[in-house]
Design a binder for this molecule. Structure first.
Ligand SMILES: Nc1nc2c(ncn2[C@@H]2O[C@H](COP(=O)(O)OP(=O)(O)OP(=O)(O)O)[C@@H](O)[C@H]2O)c(=O)[nH]1
Ligand SMILES: [Mg+2]
Length: 366
């Protein structure tokens, strides 16, 4: 009898598990890095690209013991290298892209018809999904697939040596060409999608604390506003081998969409996230006003942003004044609210599960 009830209980339990069917978030087995430098995520860069200069041609005349005036023998210069962007899966951000990129120059031509060597091209590796805009803001390249390339600046061609100018009428030309200058252009490169989930909130709401709690990323945490000035990305691991990228974005303030505070540039990061997580500090009075302000900022910037899946995270519930605020907050907010304490780790697992559910739903839609 006892055995029978035990088996029915077991079956019920597994049925319950099956109905939930959400992958469990995993704790990272690897400790956090102990290096002092912390890398931020670069999703936008303005850069200058300069193609290599072509090598100059050569003026030279061959003189042999039996033939003193054997004719012109100056070789051509080599071509300068191009600057090329190449999409690859091996890099995740634009950290490795320098602000000025110069390709190598072609070699000069030499006597005895020796042509200068062509310079090798300068390849810049960028992540798949990089969009390239010219100085007027027009999209000129979209590297949406692995291996796609965009020639950003062409190198100059090599100059002709005096051998090239020899003819029946001009047997000893004293002229050659200089190598052409490479193109000198400016571009803006942007990554289309930065992370699956973006953390949005006022300064000091606890965004960086939350990212530290759920991933191996190490953004700076401090009790003053604007600690985070550049975005950081961390990965959450799940037991179905899925990884979800979460971006800690710098804090927003009222009128950010008018370029106040850290400005529009930081709202642009939010555009590159699939799911938005509003982090609201529950220890402050009337937190629902903060949420409404944040939503309004996003709406003013781009009304598509409010159509994205959103979760409201009520943070700092460990503080004494948070309990009362949370009760009223839940009544005033229509979105799903998850209350957590990023500092103590309370309810973090529930939040991670909710993120996974939304992520799975979104991935199926694609
Ligand atoms: N008690 C309590 N304190 C918290 C919690 N989460 C964050 N804090 C504290 O709040 C302060 C600000 O935290 P940060 O994570 O730096 O806040 P932020 O949102 O990243 O701030 P900015 O980078 O300036 O936008 C720190 O002193 C944290 O220790 C929490 O759940 N409970
Ligand atoms: Mg921060």
């Amino acid at each position: 009898m006892f055995n029978k009830t035990l088996t029915t209980l077991k079956i019920l339990k597994s049925a319950c598990k099956f109905s939930q069917n959400v992958a469990k978030p995993l704790r990272s087995k690897k400790p956090k890095s102990s290096t002092t430098s912390v890398q931020n995520f670069v999703d936008f860069k303005h850069l200058r690209v300069v193609g290599g200069k072509g090598g100059d041609g050569c003026i030279s005349f061959l003189s042999l013991w039996a033939n003193e005036f054997a004719g012109p023998d100056g070789g051509d210069g080599g071509n300068g290298g191009h600057v090329i962007f190449e999409a690859t899966e091996n890099v995740k951000d634009l950290n490795n892209v320098p602000s000025v990129v110069r390709a190598q120059n072609g070699e000069f031509g030499a006597n005895t018809d020796c042509h200068g060597k062509n310079a090798s091209h300068c390849m810049i590796k960028v992540p798949v999904g990089t969009v390239i805009k010219d100085s007027t803001g027009k999209v000129v390249g979209d590297l949406s697939e692995k291996g796609l390339m965009f020639v950003a600046a062409r190198g100059g061609s090599g100059g002709k040596g005096n051998r090239f100018f020899a003819s029946d009428t001009q047997q000893s030309p004293q002229i050659c060409e200089y190598g052409a200058q490479g193109e000198d252009l400016e571009y803006t490169v942007e990554i289309k999608s930065m992370a699956h989930v973006g953390l949005i909130g006022f300064p000091n709401a606890g965004k960086s604390t939350l990212l530290r709690a759920i991933s191996r990323a190490r953004p700076k945490v401090a009790p003053y506003p604007f600690t985070t000035l550049k975005p950081h990305v961390g990965m959450i691991q799940y037991d179905d081998y899925e990884q979800i990228a979460v971006a800690d974005l710098p804090g927003l303030i009222p009128d950010s969409h008018k370029n106040k505070g850290l400005g529009i540039q930081f709202l642009k990061h939010a555009e590159r996230c699939m799911v938005l997580l509003y982090i609201i500090d529950m220890s402050q009075a009337e937190p629902w006003i903060n949420l409404a302000t944040l939503q309004n900022e996003l709406l003013q910037f781009n009304d598509d942003l409010n159509q994205r899946p959103q979760i409201v995270v009520a943070n700092k519930i460990d503080l004494p004044e948070a309990e009362e605020n949370l009760k009223v907050f839940k009544k005033n907010v229509s979105l799903p609210v998850i209350s957590i304490s990023a500092k103590l780790g309370t309810n973090i697992e529930e939040l991670l599960k909710e993120i996974k559910i939304i992520y799975d739903k979104k991935s199926k839609e694609k």
